[in-house]
Design a binder for this molecule. Sequence first.
Ligand SMILES: [Zn+2]
Length: 178
Amino acid sequence: MVFSYYNRLSARQQSIYRQSDEIKAVRLPRPAELRPFVEELEPALKAENRRHVERTCQAIADGIVSQLEAPPVGVEVLAARPSDDWGELHGLYVPEEGETTAHIQVWMRTAKHKKVVAFRSFLRTLLHELCHHLDYEFFHFPETMHTEGFYNRESSLFHQLVPEARLKKKAAASRKRA
Ligand SMILES: [Zn+2]
């Protein structure tokens, strides 16, 4: 499926879009090594311990980039999400430029009720922003775009880090079929 904004892109951007769309997964050589950090993330979020959440997110990001031999990316975990008429920001990726090193910002709390974000959507946001980093620094795309391939890559990372999510889904699907 090609998203509708494709038609508004320049020929050069359309070519980047097609390359991005073709890559459906990011394979980590040793995903099991990162699972202890992922398991640490859920209780740290529940305890609303921002520093612990930040350390854990940084460990996950460090592990992913080092396994892929990609350049590092800093992770900053902030309190309540910024919001405006457009909605609320879940995460942000700032690419390297001049003095600024590449970094990710993710927010721990929703804008409206200041509630702590659920573990799975928080991890997905972190991985989403990491995929932007990998687009530039691992795949070497001149631009990063939200293609279906991009979302597939985000999901592939998620399922390597949270393998039971897939098992549960499969179990539910087979129950449905039964
Ligand atoms: Zn994005």
